[in-house]
Design a protein around this ligand. Structure first.
Ligand code: C2O
Ligand code: CU
Length: 467
């Protein structure tokens, strides 16, 4: 049985406006440039109510959320990864512009790491900012079970805030059953795959139910929000607590901090936003897309001694795509429930009625579901690429380009409200068109997919070649 949020609340006798949470448990930070990381099953409680049972999840280093990995821009990082899960896996460093062989896409950039085996990831992150890492093999199941963590790249030079003023807020949306456990029975439900993905009924921050953070009155605090959910688009409103926006997807806005009215502020799966607060009073971070639902509480204490001032980040060295001589590609997104399924080709064959339930392929880019054997397009290294994406489905999607950041230049032919934003994942509304552009400066095979992980698994998945 699937409970909705209201039923969950009733069952727990809890209201989210009550301060029920325990102290926030913070993932430990990794230090040094050479680390070990292990994926394995882990028992973890996802709901704070005493009667809620612990779930068997999958985590990194015995935790859900995994340890926060924190490195410096430009430094060489070595991660010795061991898979102690009952099935193969791989790790993707979401948003980092690194060598293709280290991108962690099983079946495209590497073979999956078998149970009991290891793989060494090595990279140099060229850009500072807030990123995250997650499993990239059967992501729809492995990320849902907890295989993700935060990834912070500090600027190569300059001041950063001390840990007491820098907070990672990784938000997830879980589907719990009536015992409060992770609902594993509904993983892979065709109904989710053909509609808006696996949506849950309970929210966590850093793997905890309603955690509390403590902030110093009037001091600058950076809140690094990451949406790690499979498919939930989260709506937040920083204005409610006087928050200003510093960056999206790790890339600082040119005029940061800014109170520009990104309203409503939607955070799609895999997207990040860094928010600066200088709080005078305690506040609650809430998800607002339906009735307000608390993520976590920020308790503001008396002023602290020795607080550091916030220094706006410098822009990262992202290559700006020239307007002239672009490689242009039109991409039409189709399929899904209430959408056109009739033209979808899968593994070289046009699908017929009845094939959809069998193949679980419901979505397509330019009529092809899960383009695996050949690239969507091929460009030369250094070429400016312009993608014109049109969403002809009845659902919103969160589109992610691997290995590159791009500028969101246009929506529906009307330009964009503020300066074009650098992103690695963009939301696209139903019947909306969006133009993005980037310089394909990194050779290899790069994935382009919907980050609603059920949509990626059921057709919205393809790659392009930079040579
Ligand atoms: Cu965040 Cu293809 O992934
Ligand atoms: Cu999608």
């Amino acid at each position: 049985m699937q409970l909705n949020r209201r039923q969950m609340l009733k069952w727990m006798g809890a209201t989210t406006s009550l301060a029920l949470g325990q102290p926030a448990l913070f993932a430990r930070a990794a230090t040094g440039t050479e680390i070990e990381l292990e994926a394995a099953p882990v028992m973890h409680k996802l709901h704070h109510a005493p009667e809620a049972q612990a779930s068997t999840l999958w985590g990194y280093d015995g935790q859900v959320t995994g340890p926060t990995l924190r490195f410096r821009q430009g430094e060489k990082v070595t991660i010795h990864f061991t898979n102690n899960l009952p099935e193969p896996t791989s790790i993707h460093w979401h948003g980092l512009r690194i060598a293709n062989a280290m991108d962690g896409v099983s079946g495209l950039t590497q073979e999956p790491v078998q149970p009991g085996e290891s793989f060494t990831y090595e990279f140099v992150a060229p850009d500072a900012g807030t990123y995250w890492y997650h499993a990239h093999h059967k992501s729809w199941e492995q990320v849902a079970r907890g295989l993700y963590g935060g990834l912070i790249i500090d600027p190569a030079e300059g001041e950063i805030l001390p840990e007491t003023q820098d907070h990672l807020v990784i938000m997830d949306d879980w589907r719990l059953n009536e015992t409060g456990r992770f609902d594993a029975a509904s993983l892979g439900a065709p109904m989710d795959w053909s509609h808006d993905g696996r949506l849950g009924n309970w929210l966590t921050v850093n793997g905890e139910s309603l955690p509390r953070f403590s902030l110093c009155k009037g001091a600058s605090h950076l809140l690094r929000l990451v949406n790690a959910s499979n498919s939930r688009i989260m709506e937040i409103d920083p204005e409610r607590f006087g928050g200003k926006i510093i960056s999206f997807d790790g890339q600082a806005l040119p005029n940061a901090p800014t109170a520009l009215g990104y309203k409503p502020l939607l955070l799609g799966p895999a997207q990040r936003v860094d928010i600066l607060v200088e709080p005078q009073e305690s506040f609650t971070l809430e998800e607002l897309s339906r009735e307000p639902f608390a993520f976590c509480f920020f308790d503001v204490t008396t002023p602290c001694e020795n607080v550091a001032p916030f220094v706006p980040p410098r822009p990262n060295p992202l290559p700006v795509p020239a307007k002239a001589n672009r490689f242009k590609f039109d991409l039409r997104m189709t399929g899904g429930a209430m959408g056109r399924l009739g033209d979808i080709v899968y593994q070289g064959e046009k699908m017929q009625r009845g094939d959809f339930q069998r193949t679980k392929q419901f979505w397509a880019f330019n009529n092809v579901a899960n383009l695996a054997e050949e690239p969507l397009f091929t460009v030369k290294q250094g070429e400016a690429v312009e993608l014109n994406v049109i969403n002809e489905t009845a659902f919103m999607h969160a589109m992610h380009v691997h290995g590159h950041h791009f500028l969101v230049e246009d929506r529906d032919g009307n330009g964009v409200e503020f300066d074009p934003l650098w992103r690695d994942t963009f939301l696209i509304g139903t019947q909306q068109s969006t133009q993005i552009a980037f310089v394909a400066d990194n050779p290899g095979k790069w994935l382009f997919h919907c980050h609603m992980l059920e949509h990626a698994a059921s057709g919205m998945n393809a790659w392009f070649q930079v040579e």
